[in-house]
Design a protein around this ligand. Structure first.
Ligand code: NAD
Length: 315
């Protein structure tokens, strides 16, 4: 079987070019540079990586971004006030709340204070709620879930009546992608969602025509867990030790740390032999996710400035 790699970098470039075009038109029409406020609390290595990506992509697209980095011990009241100020600030078009937040903060309450019109990550209850309705036009939604849909569209395979199995039921990946896949009255696939408490995971994964995996466990999905011809979307991001032929960790001599490499949740080397399409890690879902963030921004700008809207088409 010939396996086709779903090239996330290519999809991301196409979306970025579309976004750049829209941003240029917007700047010419309104003489305004769109601006994102990105909030972080405390220090976190995952957030640092995400922030650098935000800075790079904003720079590439000529978008302004201001980072608000608060101390670990900021109070709930202070951060709530900051969000309300940003909601009222006409120069700010979008707000990103970088996670995780320290334990003492009420994450959901803070997220839901973000104006739905500035909610570029699509994580407020109002915007998430729109996923529930079949006919609702989606202007913003969680970027990773939309990125999975873009990767699936790239295969040009009609999903109607197919068996889709999602492994992982988080609020930003598994649940929103489930609702997106069920958003057609007549052309949806049949979707199963597995999670940590699922008995006999491979019973489900073996049935899948399309397998979407978003867990955070390297090699969770092995060759004997999938059927021939499956389409695999691997969302996982895991850093694992690079080992030598004697199974010993390789040390990076410069940094004096064990060398790490990025892998997904799927045993790519072996599973890809059975797949018809598969997303690699890195270079699959990740780059598309970042470009979708900017597509969400374009949709918010159109909403804020009363321009004609065309939301995401899932089917
Ligand atoms: P999460 O921790 O919120 O959720 C993990 C999910 O996996 C849960 O539903 C849990 O029940 C399930 N799970 C855990 N162990 C399991 C097991 N043994 N069998 C079956 N299900 C199991 O994670 P998340 O935020 O959804 O992220 C999942 C992965 O995707 C992580 O590796 C994360 O880094 C990655 N991620 C990637 C992108 C991207 O753009 N590529 C974006 C977001 C998250």
């Amino acid at each position: 079987m010939k396996t086709q790699i779903i090239d996330g970098k290519n999809i991301a470039k196409r979306i970025k070019d579309e976004v750049l075009d829209e941003i240029l038109k917007f700047k010419n029409k309104f003489k305004i540079i769109p601006k994102i406020a990105s909030i972080t609390v405390g220090e976190n290595s995952a957030t640092k990586i995400y922030l650098n990506t935000q800075l790079r992509i904003c720079n590439d697209l000529g978008i302004d971004i201001e980072i608000f980095n608060f101390k670990e011990n900021i109070s709930q009241k202070e951060i709530e006030k900051k969000i309300l100020d940003l909601n009222n600030d006409k120069k700010i078009n979008a707000i990103i709340l970088n996670l995780p937040l320290p334990q003492h903060l009420n994450k959901r309450k803070i997220q839901n204070l973000i104006s739905p019109k500035k909610d570029v990550e699509g994580i407020t209850s109002e915007n998430l709620g729109k996923l529930f309705y079949t006919s609702e036009e989606l202007l913003v939604a969680p970027c990773t879930a939309l990125s999975i849909i873009e990767c699936l569209k790239e295969t040009k395979v009609n999903l109607k009546s197919k068996e889709v199995v999602i492994v992982g039921h988080s609020e930003i990946v598994g649940k929103p992608v489930l609702l997106m896949l069920l958003s057609s009255l007549l052309s949806s696939p049949t979707v199963t969602v597995c999670h940590i408490a699922t008995n006999n995971l491979s019973f489900h994964t073996k049935r899948a025509d399309v397998l979407i995996v978003a867990v955070g466990k390297p090699k969770l999905i092995t060759e004997n867990m999938v059927k021939r011809g499956v389409i695999i979307i691997d969302v996982g991001i895991n850093y694992v030790n690079v080992k030598n032929c004697n199974d010993k960790k390789i040390i990076d001599q410069k940094a004096k740390n064990p060398k790490l490499r990025l892998v997904g949740d799927v045993d790519f080397e072996n599973v890809s032999k059975k797949a018809s399409f598969i997303t690699p890690v890195p270079g699959g879902v990740g780059p598309v996710t970042n470009s979708i963030l900017m597509k969400n921004l374009v949709n918010l700008l159109k909403l804020q400035y009363g321009l004609s809207l065309n939301g995401y088409k899932i089917f």
